[in-house]
Design a protein around this ligand. Structure first.
Ligand code: ARG
Length: 461
């Protein structure tokens, strides 16, 4: 049997393998609601412009509503032979209301239809993820508030660098997520032009009102170039780029959670709700959720690379390759949403061993920079020389296995005779963090300021 939608040109039906490779209904049914909404606004416009008679439009409108109910109540039979969501719905419409259903596709093609549907889907999905990201920011800011004075070692090269405040470290992720949300908002804003009415690629000879459909579907305006309208998947790529960068941030945090919750670090403890045990080693508390947040980043980035690869060689306008835009996007956004939620839960429950963190901050010579700064400030030494002198003092302390603040003054004076016991005033970790009071620095004063800035900002959203 030849296809009922374009059978006029064909004597034979499709090979089973064509159907297998061609059908997208198994995944694109996910935006049935957007497809029906698009069709309803399209038929309303066709009626308003006199292209389709009001009675016909009313019958189509009602049929579409009935189909929505069928799908949502699980009473709709999806058919692979009907390829995709668009043809499945249109064919069911014909069953329900007869040949008048055929008027719906006036001045429209599946090319502009799918671009419109998918933009609406992506738009809705982005709005949902934005809410999840906001919730994660809230939880991070509250944790930061609980640890606005908790000292930990800050790292570079994963070597103890300088003491920092845990709240400051957590707020670093709030900043990252804020940029992620900015990228999301940007992508959403740019995608919000309506392709419907571009038809197959060249526009249409019918006197349609594209501003009306654009408005009706919540777009800011119609797209301006019909060829670009059906060829463009930038909105999917931008969404995947946002998702990849965001997943990357979550992954870095996940990696820190994995590290911090090892007995060797002992900085953080995941709640029972977010830990798994081992079937053989009773002592284990594994951070599986954090590992999976880290691991799942691969598939999000993979979806971006896959679609980039699909798009980069496509001539204008539509090619069926573009149907490959969907599964990756669905998977990437589902994955990201789950990872954000899991991260939010983990952080909310997570507790920190303040003593272990302070001890670690004390033990890695993390206040060596403070000693060097003191030599500059008090003795007037050039920083490079102060760095060298401090290095020698750290070597002596390491040899004696003492933290800097417990190294006898005589040992320091053996390296630099002008050092006085005033130096001990800067060697403690509390002094060290308090002194870093430059804007955006780690002093408790700066951190408190940032926490209240974030609280106010998030409360407004
Ligand atoms: N299922 C198709 C897609 O996702 C819809 C557009 C098909 N257009 C066409 N001319 N075959 O891209």
């Amino acid at each position: 049997m030849s296809n009922s939608m374009w059978g006029g040109r064909f004597a034979e039906g499709p090979d089973a393998l064509l159907e297998a490779i061609n059908a997208s209904i198994d995944f694109d049914r996910r935006f049935y609601a957007q497809d029906i909404r698009g069709s309803k606004v399209h038929i309303a416009m066709l009626a308003a412009t006199g292209i389709v008679a009001k009675e016909d439009a009313a019958a189509i409108f009602k049929g579409l509503n009935d189909i929505l109910v069928e799908i949502e109540s699980g009473n709709f039979t999806f058919s692979r032979a009907l390829e995709d969501i668009h043809l499945n719905i249109e064919s069911r419409l014909a069953e329900l209301i007869g040949p008048v259903a055929g008027r719906l596709h006036t001045a429209r093609s599946r090319n502009d239809q799918v671009a419109t549907d998918f933009k609406m889907f992506v738009r809705d999905a982005l709005d949902g993820i934005d809410v999840s990201l906001l919730a994660l920011q809230h939880v991070l800011v509250e944790k930061a508030g609980e640890h606005a004075r908790t000292v930990m070692p800050g790292f570079t090269h994963l070597q103890s660098a300088q003491p920092v405040i845990l709240g400051h470290h957590l707020l670093a992720y709030v900043e990252m997520i804020s940029r992620d949300r900015g990228r999301l908002a940007d992508a959403r804003k740019r995608l919000n032009e309506c392709p419907l009415g571009a038809a197959a690629l060249a526009g249409t000879s019918f006197p349609i009102d594209r501003y009306m459909t654009a408005r009706g579907l919540g777009f800011d305006r119609p797209t301006a170039n019909s060829i670009d309208s059906v060829s463009d998947r930038d909105f999917v790529l931008e969404t995947l780029a946002f998702a990849s960068i965001c997943a990357g941030h979550l992954s870095r945090f996940a990696e820190e959670i994995v590290l911090w919750s090892t007995p060797q670090f002992g900085f953080a403890r995941l709640s029972d709700r977010f830990s798994t045990g081992s079937s053989i080693m009773p002592q284990k508390r594994n951070p599986d959720a954090a590992e999976l947040v880290r691991g799942k980043t691969g598939r999000v980035i993979g979806a971006f690379v896959a679609l980039m690869t699909v798009m980069k060689g496509l001539p204008l306008a539509y090619s069926k390759d573009m149907q490959e835009d969907k599964e990756g996007l669905f998977d990437a956004l589902d994955t990201l949403d789950l990872c954000v939620a899991a991260m939010t839960g983990m952080v909310q429950d997570m507790t920190f061993d303040e003593k272990a963190m302070r001890q670690a901050a004390n033990s890695g010579y993390a206040t060596a920079t403070d000693l060097a700064d003191w030599l500059v400030r008090v003795l007037g030494m050039p920083f490079r020389e102060a760095h060298h002198v401090t290095g020698r003092i750290v070597a002596v302390a390491a040899e004696k296995a003492l933290p800097l603040e417990r190294l006898p003054l005589a040992d320091m004076q053996a390296v630099e005779p002008r050092i006085t016991d005033e130096v001990f005033g800067v060697l403690g970790v509390n002094k060290s963090v308090s002194s870093r009071n430059s804007y955006g620095g780690t002093s408790p004063r700066q951190v408190a300021g940032q926490i209240s800035r974030w609280r106010k900002r998030l409360a407004k959203e």
